[in-house]
Write a protein that binds this ligand. Structure first.
Ligand code: EPU
Length: 419
């Protein structure tokens, strides 16, 4: 199993290019199954989760060819198996995204229930309820969601909680349904909007993407298309925090600043000068220690839960006391205990963490059981005295492309070793 060894060595400086967004690439790959013709997707990030989705599609009979420069060609015309097995779903919850497309296109799907997760219970009841409202017959048995339908019917669905993949599953299914589907309290995340753009390029009729009401007029069929995945705002945010925490100066290239307002606002509050140049974001701390910030996660456009752990790391060495409230997932503080082992002063009460900044952290062996928590430990390692060994980095490889190479380009001392 690989580990990362991070040795704190001061300010990061330089440029980093942002990859395509994992959480847009995954639903887009699943959505290819809705089409009757070949698809070309550009800017697909090279990540373990993407490989898992491609493997899952492959098993169903979708032909996926990896081209040069992050291009993926998909031919969905040979689908023969309408199932997502437990062995794959348990490694990646986003596999649930094949449920809507399979059901809408082929009238049948058998998808394993994702099961437990490190960051919360993460049920998929809203996906199931929405599809049921569209006329599907769904049974949950033997750990599987077994769904059947003739042509799905348009429906008005009010989501009880804002759910990103839930909105995506229902939006994809509605594209081929008979009549109009209205999804209220829909997720407004940029990745949902990117998926809507892709579906529209295939001939879907979707209005309201980016608002909390989606209106989808079902069509008979969708055709092949070409699409470029939007940049990963969480990857960009993570590198910007790397600049801020190390009192550095960095430029995130191709970062799509328009979808990072809440994060950029917090970086400014932390004392960094943040300047937007077209699609690039420059962060300059002027060598100053960051100030503590208060963060409260919530669905987009509020502060993203996927950036919570990274800002916790920032607060551990900031000047002052910062609070972090996690409102999206009930158990997303696993990084706290690991940071405490590095000398961080953090108190947790329910979903609130109070972080008192200290002058410095000390390196330690640490590990995390979730992607963003792992990233936050790497960030803490960048400012710790001595070596921080981050274990179980397969979580990082699920969502950050070549993280040690990109951080290395910015001057970080970081290496991957095999245990
Ligand atoms: N929820 C339900 N019922 C449902 C669906 C969701 O109660 O049927 C609850 C969840 O338990 C949670 C809240 O709704 O408390 C929001 O969860 P959501 O469904 O939005 O999360 P998700 O779609 O499973 C996506 C991202 C996550 C990201 C969340 C929140 C993908 C593939 N995953 O998950 O990304 O944290 O939205 O923004 O898009 C990551 O990249 O590290 C990651 C975990």
């Amino acid at each position: 199993m690989d580990q990362l060894i991070v040795t704190g060595n001061g300010a990061l400086t330089g440029e980093v290019r942002i990859s395509g967004a994992k959480n847009a690439a995954l639903p887009i790959l699943a959505a290819t199954m809705l089409a009757d013709g070949p698809i070309l997707i550009d800017n697909v990030p090279h990540l373990h989760d993407v490989t898992t989705m491609i493997e899952l599609l492959g098993r169903m009979g979708v032909q996926v060819t990896l081209g040069e420069r992050m291009q993926v060609e998909v031919d969905p015309r040979g689908v023969h198996t309408l199932a997502a097995p437990y062995e794959l779903v348990k490694t990646m919850r986003a596999s649930i995204l094949v449920l809507g497309p399979l059901l809408a296109r082929y009238g049948e799907a058998e998808v394993s229930l994702p099961g437990g997760c490190a960051i919360g219970s993460r049920p998929v009841d809203l996906h199931i309820r929405g599809l049921t409202a569209m006329g599907a017959e769904i049974r949950v048995e033997n750990g599987y969601i077994r769904a059947r339908a003739g042509r799905l019917k348009g429906a008005r669905i009010v989501l009880e909680t804002v759910t990103v993949t839930g909105t995506e599953n229902l939006m994809m299914a509605a594209c081929l349904a008979d009549g109009e589907t209205i999804i209220e309290n829909a997720a407004r995340e940029p990745e949902v909007v990117d998926l809507a753009r892709f579906l529209s390029a295939m001939g879907a009729r979707i209005e309201g993407a980016g608002t909390d009401t989606l209106r989808i007029q079902g069509v008979r069929s969708l055709h092949g298309a070409r699409h470029q995945v939007l940049p990963d705002r969480i990857e960009a945010g993570t590198y910007l925090v790397a600049g801020a925490i190390t009192r550095g100066k960095i430029m995130a290239r191709g970062a799509c600043p328009g979808v990072l307002d809440a994060v950029l606002q917090k970086l400014r509050e932390a004392g960094a000068e943040v300047t937007v140049h077209g699609e690039d974001i420059e962060l300059d701390t002027g060598g100053r220690r960051p100030s503590a910030v208060n963060v409260r996660t919530a669905p987009y456009p509020a502060f993203p839960t996927d950036m919570q752990a990274q800002f916790m790391a920032l607060n551990t060495v900031a000047d002052g006391v910062g609070t972090i409230a996690e409102t999206v997932f009930e158990n997303r503080f696993m990084h706290v205990q690991e940071m405490q082992r590095m000398g961080a002063r953090i108190q947790v009460e329910g979903n609130l963490a109070v972080v008192t900044g200290c002058e410095t952290l000390t390196g330690a062996p640490v590990m995390a059981t979730d992607l963003r928590a792992s990233a936050s430990l790497v960030l803490a390692g960048l400012v710790a005295e001595g070596d921080t060994t981050v274990d179980r980095i397969y979580h990082l490889d699920r969502g950050y492309e070549r993280i040690e190479e990109k951080l290395g380009q910015l001057g970080a001392k970081i290496r991957r070793v095999r245990k």
